[in-house]
Design a protein around this ligand. Structure first.
Ligand SMILES: [Zn+2]
Length: 416
């Protein structure tokens, strides 16, 4: 599985009754989060098959962070499976026992836990161009506005809401050292008990949803596991100082972007384009008014290519691409040359594809913008205004669900 081939197999739920043919695309990612920015296709789609193989050697460190999921395309719609990790596998009986242990932990959480958000730090990707030492590649700025100290562009995956963590009482031991350090906090740690999915890694951050305190994961202990698959973790958390750039990371619902991380830039054109290109928040992805979408992909296609291939264009022809953060804002700026482009916004299995015609002009010239009808109108009756500025920004849990495509949660249709 590490040096050999990884075989992934799945089955459809017995009540799944869409008509075939079924096209399954295996995807690999590092976090297991649905909205993560790093899901990538592995190999070609498998048609009406139930196994796929990944020939790549993906891990060479200590942490096994690889997750797989399957995207199912039927003639009418698209489904995305829950992610599965590579810690091991459970037979049906063990799976039932594990579910029961986690259910009882959830009951306990209802009574004692604090609600919050989990921020997964990027451990792979494009290195930060601002703060890495050019020779040693060490992070030289723990407060870097581009990567927030992670060393990788964008820095953090979108937050996962409703993470209820049981924090132990904290011992606060503050002191004043008149000689050297000034005020000190000697024991800024608490321990927390959390459910083992998604897996947590060192330097991930947990945000207390009530107080906005942000805690970094210092060490991880598995306190319950079944056949080597972690079910419950006990973590040592360190409180981040309130000046840390981690406090600038958005968790959703912020009305206006706060002063904080600056977007990493990709592409080699002249003009950086992001969600603020036509004015503040003008290009955030909101298929329905007031409901920005997190974890969607944005592809920039030249108008000529789009006219030739249409909405089904191979996304690898895009001149630039990025993903959306919370509040529908872009994860990076894309540098483009002046010209006519079409932006394709889509979140596989949930929203889109929606298109937006964008004319990029020289900064000194006047801007001209035309709006284009959404593609595949039959699928998008509710998406007549793919891009519009919201007056209110609800939290992710308040978003109404589109009914044009079925939303997958849990293992409804797959059992990987
Ligand atoms: Zn940096």
């Amino acid at each position: 599985m590490v040096r050999g081939r990884t075989r992934v197999w799945w089955q459809l739920d017995s009540i799944f009754n869409d008509t075939g043919p079924y096209s399954f695309q295996l995807q690999v990612g590092r976090t297991g989060l649905k909205d993560a920015a790093d899901w990538k296709n592995v190999g070609a789609p498998v048609v009406d098959g139930y196994v796929a193989e990944d020939p790549a050697w993906r891990e060479s460190g200590y942490d096994n962070t690889v997750h797989y999921r399957v995207v199912l395309k039927t003639p009418t719609t698209t489904y995305v499976s829950q992610a599965a990790n590579c810690f091991g596998q459970l037979n049906t009986r063990d799976w039932g026992i594990a579910q029961e242990i986690v259910r009882k932990e959830r009951l306990r959480n209802k009574l004692v836990s604090a609600p919050g958000y989990l921020l997964k730090r990027m451990r792979y990707g494009k290195p930060c161009t601002r703060c890495l030492d050019p020779l040693t590649k060490e992070i030289t700025d723990n407060d870097c506005p581009e990567c927030s100290g992670s060393g990788f562009a964008v820095g953090w995956h979108p937050p996962l809401a409703m993470q209820c963590w049981d924090l132990s009482p904290q011992m606060i031991d503050e002191d004043v050292d008149n000689n050297v350090k000034g005020n000190t906090r000697n024991n800024p740690y608490v321990s927390a008990r959390v459910i083992g999915f998604p897996a947590v890694n060192k330097w991930d951050v947990w945000i207390n949803a009530n107080s906005d305190e942000r805690w970094a994961v210092e060490s991880i202990k598995i306190v319950a596991a079944i056949r080597n698959i972690p079910l419950i973790y006990e973590l040592k958390l360190g409180l981040l100082p309130f000046s840390n750039s981690a406090y600038a990371i958005e968790v959703g619902g912020e009305v206006q972007e706060r002063t904080g991380p600056t977007l990493p830039v990709s592409g080699c054109g002249l003009i950086p384009v992001d969600h603020d290109y036509l004015g503040p928040d003008s290009l955030v992805y909101q298929p329905v008014d007031g409901c920005p979408v997190v974890g969607a992909s944005i592809y920039v296609i030249t108008q000529a290519d789009f006219d030739t291939h249409g909405i089904a264009i191979d996304r690898s022809l895009a001149v630039g691409s990025t993903t959306t953060r919370v509040n529908g804002r872009w994860a990076s700026s894309i540098k483009l040359d002046p010209g006519a482009y079409v932006l394709i916004f889509e979140k596989v299995g949930e929203y889109g594809p929606d298109t937006y015609a964008l004319t990029v002009t020289d900064p000194n010239a006047e801007l001209t913008v035309t709006e284009q009808n959404t593609a595949s109108a039959a699928e998008n009756e509710q998406c007549d205004q793919p891009i519009s500025q919201s007056e209110s920004s609800p939290t992710p849990d308040d978003f109404p669900k589109l009914n044009k495509q079925t939303r997958i949660t849990g293992n409804n249709f797959f059992d990987i």
